[in-house]
Design a protein around this ligand. Structure first.
Ligand code: NAD
Length: 421
């Protein structure tokens, strides 16, 4: 993910205002939600391998916890800023609310370049950050997770550090942990599986059979490659894929399993046997039924949107469609399954991980997938109904579903004042 997210903060605020207006909510609702409830800025010393001490800066933004404890990832990146972390925490509030998780939104970051750090330095940095924010997080307060350049090993160190401070094993303080330390089965596939479910439901609603549907995917990493396999498993034809180094196109269909093996050995999908080269722009405007941006933000611009031929766009990536493109796509009648819904499968299974940690009862993978299915189908239907009833696009509908829940929670908690005065 790159660093145009403050732009996303404006976008999220814009959506919030429009959704609140459409739902005729009191102005206080927007005032509360347009800023985080708390932002913690920390600096902490870390001993480098050569014995020097370096001081790092980190943040944790806690946007809103009306629906439950704050939830959101931690990124390690040289360009982390407070504004970006705030924007992403706000997004998490809406993402958790649209799928109905009992969570609020949070996000954290440390300004560092993890590629320059040795494993020992990375471990000390991870532990130092957790010590610094420990008073503000906890299994019932704020539950971090992995994000850009953080992974299950880092989550394990962080959980261990927090547990040492508290004097007991607090597995539920963080999600995205390795399986042997309370991680959940099905987490790796969860984002793609959730995305697949929303695509399947949208195709059903439009009367488009998945069997034979032509799919184009930008990005062939965790989300892109797994959603390709799930769709191909239903008889869809993945005709084009691009990654950061190349692309592969075959109108007769590509085999996603072979493609994943090929990318694992060569580092790119480009040059895959029996395929033609294709670049991102060509892929996004290709004649296909389903388009899945699963790489970076701001990929579908207004100009590209006017050339899009797909009937469905499923935003596996966060923020892949610009505001201008959104308007163009709506006019053309393209159904956009918005990011806060399409990629919410990841945080949903993070929630399942936390439930398993808190109960000490671990579920088989079929149970995880079955419950994910229920959550995603319900969220899709609520959003789709809102879209039809209110005559708004799917993105606005998703914000409205989320906002309705947030409003109800804040009202009942008394955050909006006393009603009977
Ligand atoms: P990943 O790093 O596994 O894969 C990213 C893919 O995008 C890679 O194939 C990479 O080559 C490709 N890519 C990068 N730059 C590109 C470019 N300029 N043109 C074309 N392809 C390019 O990441 P991921 O986990 O699959 O995440 C993808 C997107 O989904 C991100 O926006 C991420 O924020 C979002 N997302 C992921 C999760 C998750 O659980 N993995 C959850 C929510 C949202």
């Amino acid at each position: 993910m790159s660093h145009s997210e403050p732009n996303c903060l404006d976008m999220a605020r814009g959506q919030l205002l429009k959704a609140a207006e459409k739902l005729a909510l009191p102005q206080e609702v927007c005032e509360i939600l347009s800023q985080p409830m708390r932002v913690v800025r920390v600096s902490f010393p870390v001993e480098m391998d050569d014995g020097r001490i370096r001081v790092f800066i980190g943040y944790r933004s806690q946007h809103n916890n009306a629906l439950g404890p704050f939830k959101g990832g931690i990124r390690f990146h040289p360009q982390v800023t407070m504004e970006e972390v705030i924007a992403l925490s706000m997004w998490m509030t809406f993402k958790c609310a649209v799928v109905g998780l009992p969570y609020g939104g949070g996000k954290g970051g440390v300004v560092c370049d993890p590629r320059e750090l040795s494993p020992g330095e990375l471990e000390r940095l991870s532990r130092g950050y957790i010590r610094a924010i420990a008073p503000f997080i906890g299994p019932h307060k704020d539950i971090p997770a992995p994000d850009v350049y953080t992974n299950p090993q880092i989550m394990a160190w962080m959980m261990d550090e927090f547990s040492r401070l508290k004097g007991y094993n607090a597995f539920g303080v963080i999600t995205g942990k390795p399986l042997s330390l309370g991680g959940s089965l099905g987490r790796k596939e969860a984002t793609a599986r959730g995305c697949f479910i929303t695509i399947r439901e949208m195709a059903k609603a439009l009367g488009l059979p998945l069997k034979g549907a032509r799919v184009a995917i930008q990005g062939f990493g965790n989300a892109g490659s797994i959603v390709a396999k799930l769709l191909a498993g239903e008889g869809a034809s993945v005709i084009a894929v691009v990654d950061s180094k190349g692309g592969a196109y075959n109108p007769e269909g590509l085999d996603p399993w072979k493609l994943a093996e090929y990318k694992a050995s060569t580092g790119t999908v480009g040059g895959f046997p029996h395929s033609k080269a294709i670049d991102s722009q060509q892929l996004l405007t290709l004649d296909c039924d389903i388009l899945i941006p699963a790489a970076l933000e701001n990929q579908i611009t207004g100009v590209i949107a006017s050339e899009v031929k797909a009937r469905i766009i499923a935003e596996a990536a966060n923020g892949p469609t610009t505001l201008e493109a959104d308007r163009v796509l709506q006019q053309k009648g393209v159904k956009v399954i918005p990011d806060i819904l399409a990629n919410a499968g990841g945080v949903t299974v993070s929630y399942f991980e936390w439930v398993q940690n808190n109960t000490g009862h671990y579920w088989p993978e079929e149970e995880v997938n079955c419950r994910l299915e229920q959550v995603m189908v319900r969220a899709f239907r609520e959003t789709y109904e809102m879209h039809l009833e209110q005559g708004v696009d799917m993105r606005m509908a998703a914000y409205m579903v989320a906002l309705r829940r947030l409003y109800e929670a804040m009202r009942l908690r008394g955050w909006l004042g006393t009603e009977e005065r």
